[in-house]
Write a protein that binds this ligand. Structure first.
Ligand SMILES: Cc1ncc(C[n+]2csc(CCOP(=O)(O)OP(=O)(O)O)c2C)c(N)n1
Ligand SMILES: [Mg+2]
Length: 780
């Protein structure tokens, strides 16, 4: 692996070593300033992770200033955020003010954020594990774009994750490994900062070498950087083999304790353990205490030369895991201490570090402080000429035209899920550019969520062809299952974390690769909960996709309580970056899908979530298209109330027939009774709270849509709200103008049963609506 050391390479190593030291200083100082120097306006600890940063500065210096190619993208472990900020500061791409405002409002973010940070961030990180796996899915998306002719093979970059070793404890890593193997991903590097410490303490020795096995089984090359060049040199000296064996077998916790204690402790322990072996005493004597401490912590992940050699050795497209041994808090007085994760240098310790780094008082923020004019100038030059300094910025990909209207699937009785499938099928058969850019995906529920029609038309995606063995054997099946490079459906195994991470990667194709994709993913509605953190991650990254949760609610009937979603309307309402709609009728499905395809592409748009059902519902006759504008705003009068009417039934989704039946029975008794179809509790609620906040912000004041709709009723009117889901999704409507509410919905687990029994048991049927209405009037 060792490369012949030309003068040029020696110089480059020395330069990057200097950068490593600069990054260690600056990341420490950024955190120190935020905690000890900046004025505190509340009693809260600001926080930051100096030890996690110091653990990784060499890895980051070697990746960013040696291995990086212009087309590569990097995900940085959350707690090394300040190192990434410092790198861009050295480049002149980050302001001093931003660093001084680290973790303050509007300043550099604690963890790299695509949307909030001022520096370019390829992947947001924060929730450990997700920022790692996302790189594997982005390499799959990159392959998809190459296969579809949108990206030149020569422009394919590496998707690199610089990860903490505790991230290897997250289950989503292994779900991802399996899926990545199935899809034969390439151009993906994971570099583990293997400091064998997590947040709480040192990690289990038993995992030693297990990671190699796991990754190699899944087709990855594993490159281990255990020792730095100082250690390797010592090992080749007389007595060196004994030292090497000792290090090899030293338990993680012992290594950490000795690292923290320093040179004298190392010596004492080594003499006790191996001092009697040939030549060892002499070998140890050749180092003073500081030298011995430096030798013992000279692990591969802190040795720029070893890192550069390792990265150079992986020059093909095979996915590669680099296990870079490190010391958490390397070079800081916190090094090795088990509590160093959130531990911080006190003012005396940072002062000591400043002196040791040759940084003059007052020069702490100087990018190239403590180096002397010539070296500083050379370093500045080197950084200025680096690939990173000239990396192309993300650009806006052109918008894909969306047809004026999407045809409404025909049929007097339809389910919203079937309508969704038919709208997609129509698109698949069309020659619309939009159809060519749609990529569908599902975690093993393609057929049961009505994606099958689209897949039959457009095929499954695989880099190399996979035959449909059943079809070739002439066994009848409605589903074509052949895969090829032009396919537009990416089939996933049942792992909803993977599903949401793939949607995120597809939804970032525009900023990442300059080609916009329109990702459409289907999942059984209750199992959104399984991937919720990954969904949140995607939205936080501002990825754009259409999520379809189907089937949903008790309305699923005989499948029972484990499959009946209850609180997803509240997830839809509570999740930023995700607009939730729940249509009742097929024409609403077509309307919302069209809107979604446009909204997903708008700079201030978002992802969209449709909560659908398999229940066949009689469709309504429409007099025109006026309802559409209100439906997009979150609700429309399905039965217009008379002005001053005393009551209305407010509903969402698949229980429309029960609502209409109740309406028929109540209409005679309650003159002018209205039926409000809330197509989006989310959009309606956001609009209401925004209108309330407008008085205190610079937004224009206007009546919100909910108020607009309800103002036609008498001021003291009563509302019965009903949804096959958490009643809280609609009950808030009573607060808009101060009306009484009787909320219906599900707030306990469902069970098996037919719809009549279930709606009766859970009070979602017409009788329950009538009773709820009576209750409102009795209370007056
Ligand atoms: C999903 C999730 N759970 C918990 C945390 C809190 N947390 C932050 S860092 C960390 C451990 C980090 O250890 P490691 O990945 O080894 O990083 P390093 O040792 O380099 O700091 C934990 C548990 C988190 N950020 N995300
Ligand atoms: Mg760690």
């Amino acid at each position: 692996m060792a490369t012949v050391l030309t003068d040029h390479r020696k110089e480059k190593i020395a330069t990057i070593e200097t950068l490593d030291a600069r990054l260690r200083w600056l990341s420490s100082w950024i955190v120190h300033n935020a905690n000890h120097l900046r004025e505190k306006r509340d009693g809260l600890k600001v926080g930051g992770h100096q030890a996690s940063c110091a653990s990784m500065t060499a890895i980051m210096a070697a990746v960013y200033f040696h291995a990086l190619r212009p087309q590569d993208k990097v995900s940085v472990k959350p707690h090394a955020g300040p190192v990434l900020q410092a790198i861009h500061y050295l480049l002149g791409h980050q302001s001093l003010e931003q660093l001084q405002q680290f973790r303050a409002l509007g300043g550099a973010q604690s963890y790299p954020s695509r949307t909030k940070d001022k520096i370019p961030v390829d992947f947001s990180t924060g929730s450990v594990g997700l920022g790692v796996a996302i790189t594997a899915f982005s390499s799959l998306v990159q392959d998809y774009l190459v296969a579809h002719g949108s990206l030149d093979e020569a422009d394919a970059g590496r998707m690199i994750s610089l990860m903490g070793d505790a991230e290897l404890d997250e289950g989503n890593i292994y779900e991802c490994l399996i899926e990545a193997y199935k899809h034969d991903i390439r151009n993906c590097w994971w570099v583990v900062d293997y400091n064998r410490q997590s947040l709480d303490s040192t990690t289990a020795d038993r995992m030693f070498r297990r990671f190699d096995d796991i990754f190699e089984t899944c087709g990855w090359r594993v490159v281990t950087l255990k020792n730095g060049k100082l250690q390797r040199a010592a090992f080749s000296r007389p007595g060196g083999k004994s030292l090497e064996d000792w290090i090899e077998n030293c338990p993680n916790a012992d290594f950490a304790v000795l690292t923290y204690k320093g040179g004298a402790a190392w010596r004492e322990r080594l003499i006790a353990d191996i001092g009697g072996k040939p030549h060892v005493a002499k070998l140890l004597d050749s180092f003073d205490d500081d030298g011995l401490a430096a030798l013992m912590t000279n692990l591969g992940g802190h040795c720029i030369e070893s890192l550069m050699d390792a990265f150079d050795s992986a020059d093909d497209e095979r996915p590669t895991l680099f296990i870079a041994y490190t010391v958490k808090g390397y070079g800081l007085p916190l090094a090795g201490h088990k509590d160093n994760h959130s531990g911080m240098m006190n003012p005396a310790q940072i002062e000591q570090l400043r002196v040791s780094m040759g940084v003059e008082v007052g020069q702490e923020w100087e990018p190239f402080a403590g180096l002397g004019g010539n070296i500083a100038a050379r370093l500045k030059d080197f950084v200025g000429q680096s690939v990173l300094a000239h990396k192309p910025q993300e650009t806006d990909a052109p918008v894909i035209a969306v047809p004026e209207r999407l045809p409404v699937p025909s049929g007097d009785v339809q389910s919203t899920q079937a309508a969704f499938g038919n709208v997609l099928l129509d698109l698949a058969k069309s020659s619309e550019t939009l159809a060519d850019r749609i990529v569908t995906t599902a975690p093993d529920v393609t057929q049961t969520t009505n994606l099958g029609g689209f897949v039959n038309q457009r095929g499954l995606f695989r880099r190399s062809d996979v035959a449909d063995i059943f079809r070739d054997a002439k066994i009848p099946s409605a589903q074509k299952w052949a895969a090829h490079a032009a396919g537009q459906h990416i089939e996933l195994g049942i792992a909803e974390n993977n599903f949401f991470l793939l949607l995120t990667s597809l939804g970032l194709a525009a900023p990442h690769f300059g080609t916009r994709l329109i990702p459409v993913g289907t999942v059984y509605d209750p199992f959104i909960a399984r991937g919720l953190d990954a969904l949140n991650y995607g939205c936080y990254s501002d990825a754009r996709f259409l999520l379809v949760g189907t089937p949903s609610g008790l309305t699923l009937g005989p499948e029972g309580g484990a499959h009946q979603s209850i609180n997803t309307p509240l997830i839809g309402m509570g999740q930023p970056g995700l607009a939730y709609y729940e249509p009742a009728y097929a024409d609403e499905v077509a309307l919302f899908m069209r809107w979604a395809f446009e909204h997903m592409q708008k700079p201030d748009g978002s992802s969209v979530y449709l909560r659908l059902s398999t229940r066949q519902v009689p469709q309504v006759q429409r007099a025109g298209t006026e309802w559409e504008t209100d439906a997009l705003k979150g609700g429309y009068w399905l039965k217009q109330p008379a002005p001053g009417a005393e009551a209305a039934i407010v509903f969402t989704g698949a229980i429309a027939p029960e609502v209409l039946a109740a309406f028929e029975q109540l209409a005679d008794d309650i003159p002018g009774l209205g039926v409000l179809n809330v197509t989006s509790p989310d959009v309606l609620h956001r609009d209401w709270s925004a209108s309330k906040a407008a008085r205190w912000t610079d937004k224009p004041m206007q009546m919100c849509h909910a108020e607009d709709l309800l103002s036609v009723l008498a001021p003291d009117a009563g509302l019965v709200t009903v949804i096959d889901g958490s009643p809280g999704a609609l009950s808030w409507l009573g607060g808009v103008t101060g009306m009484r509410v009787s909320p219906l919905g599900t707030d306990r687990f469902g069970q098996t049963g037919n719809l009549i029994d279930l709606y009766d048991t859970y009070r979602l049927d017409a009788a329950a609506i009538i009773d709820a209405m009576a209750e409102l009037f009795l209370k007056r």
